[in-house]
Design a protein. Structure first.
Length: 173
C-alpha cells in the first residue's frame, strides 16, 4: 500500500505544477473574456499592461486591507470594481461573474444617444468602460481573503469621456 501511495505521489508531482499559477491564469482568463466582449462590438482587444496591473493590484489589496469598496481617488485610469463576500469561490468564477454583471448593463444602453453632462447614466458606465474603443490596455487586480473577493480592472487610455460615447461605444455586430 505504501509503495502504491508513493507511486501516486510521484506521478502527481510530475503531472501537477508544484505551485499553481492561479492568479496569473485568472488574470489571463479575465483579459481573454473581456476581449471576447469587446469583439462583440467590433473593437480591438486590450493588451495586459504591467504598470496598469500594478495599479489595479495595489487597489485590490488596499480595498481588502481596509474592508472598503470605493474607487481609487484621482486614478489616472478608468476603473471597474467588483466585490463578493465569498472567500472560497474560485477566483476565475468571480471574475466571470464580474464581467457578466458589468456587461449586463448594456441592456440599458442607448447607442444612438450621446452622453453629456445633462444625461449621464451611471448605470451603464461599467459596460461602456469595458468596450470603450480608444482604450488599448488593461490592468487586473485580484484579491481574495477574509473580507471576500475583490476584482479591479483599470483601463488605459481612460474611457467614459462625455461627448465621446457614440464614437467609442459601438453597438454589437
Amino acid at each position: 500500500m505504501r509503495i502504491l501511495l508513493t507511486v501516486i505521489a510521484v506521478i502527481a508531482s510530475l503531472v501537477l505544477p508544484a505551485t499553481p499559477a492561479l492568479a496569473t491564469d485568472a488574470i489571463t482568463n479575465t483579459v481573454e473574456l473581456l476581449n471576447a466582449y469587446r469583439a462583440k462590438h467590433g473593437v480591438a482587444p486590450l493588451s495586459l499592461d504591467s504598470e496598469v496591473t500594478h495599479t489595479a493590484q495595489e487597489w485590490a489589496d488596499h480595498l481588502h486591507e481596509t474592508d472598503s469598496f470605493e474607487h481609487r481617488p484621482n486614478n489616472v485610469y478608468g476603473e471597474n470594481l467588483y466585490w463578493i463576500s465569498s472567500r472560497t469561490r474560485a477566483i476565475d468564477s468571480v471574475t466571470v461573474k464580474a464581467l457578466e454583471s458589468w456587461y449586463g448593463e448594456s441592456r440599458g444602453y442607448d447607442y444612438a444617444e450621446e452622453m453629456t453632462q445633462s444625461n449621464v447614466d451611471y448605470g451603464v458606465l461599467h459596460f461602456t468602460a469595458m468596450v470603450w474603443k480608444s482604450s488599448d490596455r488593461v490592468g487586473v487586480g485580484l484579491k481574495q481573503g477574509k473580507n471576500g473577493t475583490y476584482v479591479v480592472l483599470d483601463f488605459a487610455a481612460r474611457g467614459n469621456t462625455l461627448n465621446q460615447f457614440v464614437a467609442n461605444v459601438l453597438p454589437p455586430l
